[in-house]
Design a protein around this ligand. Sequence first.
Ligand SMILES: [Zn+2]
Length: 233
Amino acid sequence: MNNNTRKCNACKKLIDISEMSSDDYFFRIYGKAKQYFHSECYIEQQMNRKRNPMTREECLTYISERKSENVKQNIEKKKEQKINAVKDQLYDFIADMYDISFFPTFFYIKMNTVYKGTYKGLKKSVPPEDLLDMWEQKKNYLLKVYERNRTQGKEMEGLQRVYYDLAILLSKYDSYLNWKDKQKIAQSDIRERENRTNDFISQKIISQNKPNNPNSHTVGNKEIDINSILDDI
Ligand SMILES: [Zn+2]
């Protein structure tokens, strides 16, 4: 059985999932197994059942429910994969910054309490994405704190340093969120201004293209003097 074929649970023939339209087949999770069916095979099987046969309508509803369930699960799975990828990125970053080649189990347990928001003193969960962003942005600051501590005789190494810096970052999480909000607002301001500019340019092009406009020296769209438009902005 190659990657693109599945066995239909009713007729036992192969379903080529790369060639058939997804309306022609579906799968359901049955116990721990995935059961594939040609949609028509499933409908026939269920309609001809001796006990409690289903109507065609009921079968179609069942099939479409399975499909939306699977779509939802797929989205969840993709989300989880994405989060795990960011976690790996974060751990790589930490390993690199603190020159650590091995993380003990306790490290992962501690990090999970951060993501879940159960870390001591933390009021909300911190997604790995935010933690990575903060850590990258504050890298130089953290290095300076480390240097200052060192000159004051407060030596820390390896994971001890990581936990110390983690505590610093988490204490700044609220102000990080404020900063992020402001960034978002600034971004949407820029987008709005761009939209207004684009509207202005397209209006200008339309008005210059009107044949009875005395200021128009244009033939079609091509000879619009873009400089004169840009001067007006
Ligand atoms: Zn079949």
